[in-house]
Design a protein around this ligand. Structure first.
Ligand code: CMC
Length: 426
């Protein structure tokens, strides 16, 4: 008699049946444990793009794509984005709890103290050609971190990897700002210890030496919200990359650097840059219909950037929060009205079009974040870098979670080989 909480699979070639246990989650879809499937049947499972495969067990982030729900460690994203700061969220991801006032002050102070980078790293930035993409500089610089900071490199010591975690969260904004300043030939600006975490980033991007700049609270709030909304997103492509590198027992800086490279693509973190490029290319509301038709045409590779998501098939809750922030920001800072008009028209048409409705294609976070970053005066090539600053606490939390699982196995997928059979040389 088969266990009720199991799945029985029959190999019709042999008539043999095999039973696999179902593991129930605290939330979401149950999972079939197929670890012995190959041993039992001699077969692999083929799941291109992991559409039906859970690659790990996790307690960090939960997404319900059909309800448009996102939670970090049990807290709803709208609560964190509207009532808490990015630093609070980073603490939550790292230490599994929101900070008390004392913990918050101590965490902020630690991040401030660690925000400077070794002066020797400037030589690394010098070596890159003008106009190098800041994402390329960022991934190289993060990978180089371990060569400048020799202490706390024992990846098996929790005390040491927690130090590394704080170091990387603190230094990424400085490295990101340096990447931008060097790529434009601008004088670099050091972190200002009188400014908060997010405020400092805008300052390092915008200021000139000995310059005093005032930042509007709504600007800081908008960027802080973008960071919070990006802080983690369960097993997406870049997080899976970070976990895969972690599974080889490589250093966390190497894992984060690999995550940055994976994030860069336009289907993932590079989408916000592509959204703005696409809006600029469309240029005018009168062209929108033509591009919607191109997006729907099966024979045309054109896709509407900022639309669609592998998991969200109803709406992206992050997009809803950002739309609201965009409205608030528009009251105090000029947002390119021509681009907003084009974006609004695309949204209006797509939300009522059968093609998009049938496929569950809704505006995602990148559809709104690009316009906000543009209003904050942040250049397009920095958008994915901004995504990285937000995502680092999530990547680190996932790296730590992998480390703390006693039975973590090296990631080693199998394949369906379709190449030539053995060729006998003549
Ligand atoms: N424009 C037009 N058609 C689309 C789009 C789009 N943006 N996205 C998906 N489709 C169609 C696709 O052609 C396919 O149609 P059909 O079933 O007729 O073949 C169907 O929708 C399903 O698409 P898919 O590519 O199988 O879906 P996926 O889950 O593999 O891809 C995605 C998800 C985000 C890569 C994709 O929707 C996309 O390329 N979107 C544009 C890029 C983008 O905005 N990326 C940012 C994602 S959010 C930030 C992040 O988390 O990284």
């Amino acid at each position: 008699m088969a266990n009720k909480n199991s799945v029985t699979m029959t190999d019709n070639r042999t008539g043999k049946s095999f039973e696999y246990n179902i593991i129930d989650p605290t939330l979401g879809a149950s999972v079939v444990d197929i670890a012995t499937f190959y041993k039992d049947t001699g077969l692999f499972m083929l799941d291109r793009g992991f559409t039906s495969t859970a690659s790990c067990r996790s307690r960090i982030t939960y997404i319900d794509g059909s309800k448009g729900k996102l939670m970090y460690r049990g807290y709803d994203i709208s609560y964190l984005a509207t009532q808490k700061s990015f630093v609070d969220t980073a603490h939550l991801l790292l230490y599994k709890k929101l900070p008390t006032n004392e913990e918050r002050d101590a965490f902020k102070l630690e991040l401030k103290k660690r925000s400077f980078v070794h002066e020797g790293m400037k030589k690394l930035f010098d070596a890159f050609p003008d106009n190098a993409h800041p994402m390329a500089i960022l991934s190289a610089a993060v990978s180089a971190l371990s060569t400048f900071y020799f202490d706390h490199l024992d990846i098996d010591s929790p005390e040491e990897y927690m130090e590394m975690a704080k170091r990387i969260i603190a230094k990424i904004p400085t490295i990101a700002a340096f990447s931008y300043r060097y790529s434009r030939g601008l004088p670099i600006i050091y972190p200002n210890l009188d400014r908060g975490f997010t405020e400092n980033i805008l300052y390092m991007l915008r200021a000139y030496p000995h310059d005093h700049i005032d930042l509007k609270p709504i600007e800081v709030k908008a960027l802080d919200t973008i960071f919070t909304l990006h802080a983690d997103h369960e097993q997406n492509a870049s997080t899976t990359t970070v976990r895969t590198v972690a599974s080889t027992h490589a250093h966390p800086y190497a894992a984060i650097s690999a995550g940055i490279c994976a994030l860069w693509g336009r289907s993932h973190g590079g989408a916000n840059e592509s959204v703005i490029s696409q809006l600029e290319m469309i240029g005018d509301v009168k062209n929108v219909e033509k591009y919607i038709a191109k997006a729907k045409d099966k024979n045309d590779p054109f896709r509407l950037m900022g639309f669609g998501h592998r998991v969200y098939k109803n709406f992206d809750p992050r997009a809803t929060i950002l739309k609201d922030i965009r409205e608030q920001l528009m009251k105090e800072r000029a947002i390119d009205s021509k681009l907003i008009e084009v974006a609004n028209k695309i949204e209006e048409i797509a939300l009522h079009d059968e093609y998009f409705i049938e496929r569950g294609l809704y505006p995602n976070i990148d559809f709104y974040s690009g316009l906000i970053l543009r209003a904050l005066g942040i250049p397009k090539e920095m958008y994915a870098v901004i995504f990285v600053i937000g995502r680092v606490p999530g990547w680190i939390a996932q790296w730590i979670e992998f480390k703390e699982q006693p039975d973590g196995k090296i990631a080693r997928p199998r394949q369906l080989y379709l190449g030539p059979t053995e060729i006998k040389p003549e």
